[in-house]
Design a binder for this molecule. Structure first.
Ligand SMILES: NC(=O)c1ccc[n+]([C@@H]2O[C@H](COP(=O)([O-])OP(=O)(O)OC[C@H]3O[C@@H](n4cnc5c(N)ncnc54)[C@H](O)[C@@H]3O)[C@@H](O)[C@H]2O)c1
Length: 387
């Protein structure tokens, strides 16, 4: 059986997690590591026993001849690095979100197509243990026919939550409901509908955002709709994030730390109608639950092996990643202009940047990169703090 060669461009948090999963997979070899910071290269290289370490990505690709280059770097670097790596005619994966606007995502996909290679976005949950379990239960007919999905994030500032966590949730949503055809969204900042002055740079380099509390309604095919909530809570709480599927015969919920099935579509859980039942997360039989690899990252690696074996795209492909970006940009556009947005949109520039320009405003003032410093700056802009 062929084994695949993976090179890592970025060796900090996400690079380490992905590299551990690739390293643990029996049919994948981590053949090279690249980082600008020597200490990170050495820490990961020593852990995995990989001695081919580089500061220059072009050199790494030339010397190691990988099948796939993973790009787990800050979001603002996904586009330039993806374009540079694609010059080598190699498959790529970028961390999520794919890029910061649709024009960038289009260029990455066009370049990959011209080079005859594949793109995936590291939405590991899309192919992970929980979503596989839900997909199997759905295929078995446990909730009947899907009619509605509810999704909510962890309580980040809404626009940032959309780019950071909404991007994962939307991938789960389209796994079950298919692509989004149109949407509407309402975004509030400090209790008022957003204005062009509320358009600000995202924390952590995720482009341009707006809205402290965002509520969006998505229309899919086959009578299915989704409500997506990105509301700022006083405290960010992972257990608030999840999706719930409502079918004609039951409901299913995924929320950290598990998946539950309720065999009744409307009623409260009770003895007559049934109670919530926990479903077990699926894992590949060669996965070691006591090893260092995260299960969803491991599934993501396994899906690469299956996709490359079968000569097809990864399920979390660039096309899917771009569609999620179309939804996210559509949410911003609908909230800004107060209109229904039909997807895919023909205007591919960032709608919030366009909106500001139309109101005679230039680029918003820079803000801190780390989330909590950024949040403090935003609270200050909104007059909530004086210092
Ligand atoms: N999939 C998930 O569950 C998940 C979770 C958290 C974050 N993310 C995403 O991961 C990304 C951030 O990952 P991170 O926190 O590990 O990023 P990071 O910025 O902390 O680390 C990136 C590493 O890449 C290196 N690097 C950057 N440019 C380089 C270049 N040109 N050549 C060589 N090395 C270079 C940096 O030195 C750094 O060590 C974001 O896009 C974020 O949205 C995904």
């Amino acid at each position: 059986m062929k084994s695949y060669r993976v090179a890592m461009l970025g060796c900090r948090s996400r690079g380490t997690s992905a590299a551990r999963a690739y390293h643990a997979h029996p049919r994948i070899q981590v053949v090279g590591l690249c980082d600008l910071v020597q200490e990170r290269l050495d820490t990961l290289g020593d852990e995995l026993g990989v001695s081919t370490r580089f500061a220059d990505l072009d050199e790494m690709i030339r010397q190691t001849q990988p099948d796939l280059v993973a790009i787990p770097t800050g979001t603002e670097f996904h586009y330039p690095l993806a374009m540079r790596v694609l010059e080598h005619g190699v498959n790529i994966e970028v961390e999520k979100p794919m890029c910061t606007d649709l024009a960038e995502a289009d260029e990455v996909l066009a370049k990959a197509q011209a080079q005859g290679v594949r793109v995936a976005v590291h939405h590991q949950g899309r192919v992970g243990g929980s979503m596989r379990t839900m997909a199997r239960a759905y295929a078995e007919g446990r909730i009947g026919k899907l009619r509605y999905i509810y999704a909510s994030d962890k309580g980040y500032y809404g626009g940032y939550g959309l780019m950071n966590i909404g991007v994962h949730l939307l991938n789960y949503v389209i796994k079950f409901a298919g692509h989004c055809r149109s949407l509407t969204a309402t975004a509030l900042t400090a209790g008022h509908l957003i204005t062009p002055e509320d358009v600000i740079p995202s924390a952590n380099g995720m482009g341009t955002i707006a809205g402290e509390n965002i509520t969006a309604t998505l229309q899919h095919d086959d009578n299915v709709t989704t409500n997506l909530l990105l509301h700022r809570f006083p405290v960010v709480d992972s257990t608030a994030s999840g999706i719930q599927l409502f079918g004609t015969e039951g409901r299913m919920i995924w929320r950290s730390p598990g998946i539950w099935w309720l065999p009744t579509p409307h009623f409260l859980p009770d003895e007559e109608h049934g109670n919530w039942q926990a479903l077990e997360e699926e894992a590949p039989d060669h996965y070691d639950p006591n090893g260092p690899a995260n299960l969803d990252d491991y599934w993501f690696a396994e899906e690469w092996v299956r996709a490359l074996d079968e000569g097809r795209d990864h399920e979390a492909s660039g096309i899917e990643g771009r569609h999620v970006m179309e939804i996210m940009m559509g949410v911003f556009e609908s909230a800004a202009y107060g209109t229904r947005i039909h997807l895919p949109q023909t205007q591919r520039d960032h709608p919030l940047v366009r909106w500001r320009r139309e109101h005679g405003l230039g680029d918003p003032a820079p803000m801190p990169r780390p989330y909590y410093d950024w949040l403090a700056a935003e609270d200050h802009r909104l007059g909530r703090t004086t210092s």
